[in-house]
Every structure is written in C-alpha cells, then in structure tokens.
Design a protein around this ligand. Structure first.
Ligand SMILES: [Zn+2]
Ligand SMILES: [Zn+2]
Length: 707
C-alpha cells in the first residue's frame, strides 16, 4: 500500500463500478422499495460549475446510501438542450465568424446547433463521472430525444383537449434585442430613475414615464372615487400632436395618488392597461413592433427605436409638457441582456394555469409532495398563488417545435400529438402551415420526471414513479419545481416526486455570488484534479445546512484532503499490522467478547451510536451533521484515542480485530460522502474485511444486527 493516498486512481475506481454494473437497478433484483432520483438535466452546452457539483454530491450521497441499504436504486442522468440559453451562445459564435442566424434555413440552423451540443454533451458526461455520480448511464436522456419529444407532444395535446391551451392576444414580455418573449418569471424587475412627464391632454393632465407611446393611447382613466375628476368621466381628452380624441373612463385599477391621478391607457404596451382595455372594450393600437421600432405613429417617428423616439417626441411635445419630475420606479428588464422589456401585444400559446395550480396546492396540502424545508413550501405556495397564465411559445429554432398547424384557408389552428395533419379539421382544406415557434424550455422540462421514466425501460415508470426526491437549487423553484408538480399531476394523475430537497447556492469565501465577471469562479474539475473528487464533494456539504448558501474556497477543499489522508493512514496501519501477524485471523468482536477490555467495548459502542446517528441524519437529509459525525468518530475516537492509545498493547490480536471491525464499518458509512478513497481502501484491505463484497459501493450498510 502506497505511503500516501493517490487520487489519480479515481478513474480506475469509477471504471470498476461501471464494469460491475453497480448503478443499474436491473442488476439487483430486489423486492425492497425502489428509491429513485431524476437528475435536473444540466445544460448540455456548458461545462459543469460548482453549483452542479453540489447537486451531484447531495444526490449521490442519498443514492449510494439507499443502494447500500438494499433499495432498488435508480438515478437517471440527462442533459438539457436549454433552448434560449444555447441558441444565444451559438448565435454569438456565428457573429464572431461574421455570420448570422438569418443566413441559414431553420433546418440547417437546428442541425448546426445539434452538432455543437453533441460535442459538449460528451464532456459534461465525463465530468459527472469524475465527480463520482453513481447514475445509470444506460438510461441517459436528452431533452430533445425523439421519444421525449413525443411525450411532450402528447401532454400538450392532452392539455389542449382539456381546454387548458389557448391562443391569445396578450401582453407578453418581449425583448426586442433577443427577438423573443419571456415568461413572467424571466423578467428581472429593477429600480430605476426616470422622468415623469406631466402632459396636457386639453381637458385633463396626465402623467407618464413613456411619452413615446402616446400615439397608442385609447383612453384616459381615473379612479371612480376621485372627486377631482368626477365630472370629466364620459368626456373626452385629446392626444397632443395628433389631436386624436379619446374617452375619459373610470377604473378602480387607477391609483389616484400617482402623478395627476389620470392614467393614459395604452393596452398594447402595458399589462395593467391591457386589463383595463379589456374591461372597457377598447381596441388596442400597437406603436412598437417586434424589433423595438416605432410604427403606427406620425411619419417622422416611424422606424426609430424607442429611446430615440422618446427624445424626439419629448422635444416635439414642448408646450404640452406641464412639468417633469424625476422618479424612481421599477421596470422590467431582460434577464439576459439587462435591457428594457417591451410589454407587447402578440399572438402566443398559453396554458391556463388555475386548474393545474389547484391540483398542485391540493397535493402539497395533503402532504403527497413534501418540501423537506418548510420555508420553501411557503415560497412555492406564494408562487402558485401569483402565477399568471403561462405563455409557452418562444420565437427561437432551438427547441421542440409546437405541433400546431394553421389552416391556410380558414385560419383554424389544428393541434396534434406531433403528426402532420393531412387536412384541416374545421374546413377540410389540405394546405396547412406549422407554427414556427418552439416550446418554452420549462414547459418540456416540467415533464422531465415522467417523460424520462416513460422512455427509459418498459417497467421503469411503474416501478420508479413517483420518484423519491427531487434535488435541485432553490433558485429554480418557480421556474421548474412548481411546474413539474402541475404537469406531473395533470399528465399522470400522480405527483412527480414525494419529496423536494432544495439546496442553497455556492458562494465564494466572502459570501459573494460566483460569477465570471467577478473573477471568483471555482472550477470544480480543476479542483478535483488537484485534490481529488472526494475533497470537492465533502467541501460542498461540510459545515452548512443543505438549504443554506455555502461559502467555498480552495482552502476548504484542501482541508478535506487531510481527512482523506487520515483515512488512508489508518488503513495502511491496519494492513501493515496484519501482515506483521501472518497467522492472525480477523474475528468479529462478538466472537471474542470475553477478551474485550473497557476501551474495546467503548469504541464499539461509539461505532454503534455513530452508525445510528449517520443513518438518521442522511434520511432526514441532514448531510452536514452526518459527515461531521463520521469525521469525529474516524479522526478523534478511532484514530487519535483508540488507535494511538492501544497500539502498543499486549493483546495486539484483540486490538487489531476491534480496530479492523470499527474501521471497515467506518469506511462503509463514509462511502456515500467520499466514494473514491473509501473504495480504494476497501480494495486494499478486502481480504481482511468484514464481508465478502467485491466492491464497497456494492456492499451492505451496517445494521444493528451485525454491529
Ligand atoms: Zn433580451
Ligand atoms: Zn380550415
């Protein structure tokens, strides 16, 4: 046995596990309860970052623990096509080459992005293996696999048949730079300073921060309880410059304290105005097109972008401006490019969410879905209660194309489960055109738990659905977790997972968010090459509750390597000691009970308590408590006290039997946390170990009966 632990053997260890098919539940016929986790598919196109390393570690600890406990265990790995994210990265690469997405046909562009993602996907899988993820690679799924797409299509059709899909003109959050709409949750609301312009509409003064939209005004609204304007309701106001007359109406949504208390109503460019417009039967007028350029306005402004248009219009408004004041207000910005989101009227596909929200809230109330940490349950309920109908269409190529076919003759939309209809269901016309839009990534990934299990092996859905636990970062609770619950229950009649375990983000040692621009990125792959995967894994659960953010530094990781070395040294001591006593047969302490002294009995008792507490903590997902418990036992009780205090004892054979017994059990319970070093040690001391399992990963968790 080498003097020091060499983590460069980790690849060989992983290859050994794969050779034994340890991660495939089919190799273990077991009547025991199944335990399953579906991996949140990382973006196929990105190298893993420390955040991924944290979910890998947490999931792998649970999976390895339940596998050793004899459960039929399945962890399904996958990769995400990450719609918008990936297309933007790819378009940027095109731009660097002086090309644009408009130089290619839809099919060419899709194929190019497909090839690009395939190359990167292999790297991602390799990295997941380096971290020790014990998933079943034979069940790997990609979000654009044809069978996954088929499940997405049939779920969409099912939603449509249930009356939960509709096409509507609605105010969407449109980013003119990205050329697509975003869901409510993808918009970042930021505090910003702007001018509030008080404008003279002849009969009434209004206040607005967006003078460039005055030509889209269809009314001026006041609050019905506002005494100042009581007599003006039903009268007319006049839009400056173009002198168009618009009605003055009363609506309770108007805040009498804002500005003059009179609000210009622009249904095409503001969600509140849109609602007011609907209530009062006002026809919207759009003055900003999909590229963020002015339309339907006086000639001189046509084609200007909104910022320039505002400057020009403000100049021309001149004496119509009664006063201006600086205000601080919140505006929606694009989470990708930080630019202003233009609320825009557009034809999109929507999911009616209220029936799905009800199903989900009931499941949470009945404790069918349990959030391990209560505060996230409260957050989930909050999101559900504020969820608006879900715009699921995106104007990009890289994704699952919506199976909606519009009749060229009667314009009826034919919805299918993917197949191309031969004629219009409404008028029988045979010329149909498919919607060019694709689904929002979160729509298809919201089906991930059942879409994967329905397409891996024949009985997987029956055996492993609902899955045991969903492990994911808390920041995607509103994007993903609440949608998986909605779509899972709707499509299958059953919850997608029994437990939700949300973990905190990884931050740098100063508690700062990790980002490329801050230059504080810790590359997990670099770290594991330097210190070994076990050290990286431990540093991601050590000392911090799962649900909280964790501060990570290279020092933390280096510190964990010392622990690995300690384990190696104890193993080495045992191996050398046994080889110094060629005749010594390792016996169970229970077989030599009469020869045990107080210290032997004491350490055996400690072992028993440690195993019990570690098992309890893992089952309650208290992983930092579990690992610190093992650490204290291995380092303080076993190595420092017992080993050091007894190594020159007369009855060395009794001591060595007890030490061997405690140590082999100790590396068993340490295995889920530090799989590589413990397996490496197991392979070294196998012949004097306590059971005949060929691998530690495939061995059984210690039970009370054999302790
Ligand atoms: Zn954008
Ligand atoms: Zn038709």
């Amino acid at each position: 046995m080498d003097k020091n632990y060499n983590h460069f053997s980790e690849k060989e260890i992983y290859a050994l596990w794969e050779k034994r098919c340890l991660f495939n539940p089919d190799s273990f016929p077991s009547k025991k309860k199944p335990f399953s986790i579906i991996m949140p598919p990382p973006n196929a196109n990105d190298p893993l970052h420390v955040g991924h390393a944290r979910f890998v570690t947490i999931s792998d600890i649970l999976i390895r623990y339940f596998r050793m406990k004899g459960y039929k265990t399945l962890w399904v790995p996958g990769a995400d096509h990450a719609g918008i994210e990936t297309q933007f990265v790819f378009e940027k690469k095109l731009r660097e080459k002086g090309e644009s997405r408009f130089d290619f046909t839809r099919e060419e562009l899709y194929q190019m992005i497909w090839n690009y993602v395939q190359e990167n996907k292999a790297l991602m899988i390799e990295q997941l293996k380096l971290l020790g993820s014990s998933c079943d690679w034979s069940r790997f799924k990609f979000t654009l696999d044809q069978d996954i797409i088929n499940v997405v299509y049939s779920t969409f059709k099912k939603l449509y048949d249930a009356g939960l899909v509709y096409r509507g003109k609605k105010i969407i959050n449109y980013c003119p730079r990205c050329g697509t709409s975003f869901s409510q949750l993808e918009v970042d609301y930021v505090e910003r300073e702007d001018f509030l312009y008080y404008l003279d509409y002849e009969t009434i003064h209004i206040a607005t921060t967006r003078p460039e939209t005055i030509f889209a005004d269809v009314a001026v609204a006041v609050n019905p309880n506002d005494k100042r304007y009581k007599n003006l309701i039903g009268q007319y106001a006049t839009i400056p410059i173009i002198k168009r007359k618009i009605p003055i109406i009363a609506d309770r949504l108007v805040d009498p304290k804002f500005g003059t208390g009179a609000l210009k109503i622009t249904p095409a460019h503001d969600p509140v105005d849109f609602e007011i417009g609907l209530r009062h039967n006002l026809t919207p007028i759009s003055v900003i097109d999909e590229n963020g350029k002015i339309i339907n306005s006086p000639e001189k402004y046509i084609g200007l972008n909104t910022t320039v248009a505002r400057e020009e219009i403000v100049k021309d408004l001149d004496h119509f401006i009664v006063k201006t004041e600086k205000i601080s207000h919140t505006v929606g910005t694009c989470y990708r490019d930080k630019g202003i989101i233009e609320p825009t009227l557009s034809d999109q596909w929507f999911i009616k969410v209220s029936p799905l929200v009800k199903l989900s809230l009931d499941a949470i109330k009945e404790k069918k879905v349990v959030f391990v940490h209560k505060r996230f349950e409260r957050m989930a309920k909050h999101w559900y209660k504020n969820l608006k109908d879900w715009n699921i269409s995106r104007q990009i190529v890289w994704g699952i194309r919506i199976p909606a076919f519009r009749c060229n003759s009667c314009t009826y939309w034919n919805i299918t489960s993917g197949e191309i209809p031969d004629k219009c269901q409404y008028c029988g016309h045979t010329k149909l055109t498919q919607d060019p839009d694709t689904f929002d990534t979160w729509f298809s990934s919201g089906m991930w738990p059942f879409a994967t299990l329905m397409t891996t092996r024949k009985d997987d859905f029956k055996t492993f659905y609902p899955t045991s636990v969903m492990v994911t970062a808390y920041d995607i609770l509103p994007f993903w977790v609440i949608r998986m619950i909605m779509l899972g229950i709707f499509a299958t009649g059953n919850i997608p997972f029994e437990k939700v375990l949300l973990y905190g983000l990884v931050r740098d040692k100063f508690g700062q968010k990790i980002s490329k621009s801050k230059g504080n990125v810790i590359n997990p792959i670099e770290m594991l090459e330097k210190y070994g995967a076990d050290s990286v894994r431990n540093s991601l659960v050590w000392g911090t509750l799962i649900e909280n953010d964790i501060s990570l530094s290279e020092d933390n990781i280096r510190g964990q390597r010392n622990f690995a070395n300690k384990i190696w040294n104890i193993a080495r001591f045992i191996k050398i000691s046994f080889s110094n006593y060629p005749g010594l047969v390792p016996k169970e302490p229970s077989k030599i009970r009469k020869r045990l002294n107080d210290e032997d009995r004491n350490i055996l008792k400690k072992l028993q308590l440690t195993v019990k507490s570690v098992s309890n903590n893992i089952e309650k997902c208290k992983l930092s408590q579990a690992i610190s418990c093992i650490y204290d036992f291995a380092w303080k009780d076993l190595a420092d006290k017992y080993l050091e205090g007894n190594k020159s004892r007369e009855d060395k054979d009794t001591f060595l039997c007890v030490l061997r017994f405690c140590f082999t059990n100790c590396i068993k319970i340490l295995h889920p946390f530090m799989p590589f070093i413990t397996e490496s040690v197991w392979q070294q001391i196998k012949e004097i170990s306590i059971d005949d399992s060929d691998t530690l990963a495939g061995s059984a968790w210690p039970t009370n009966r054999n302790l």
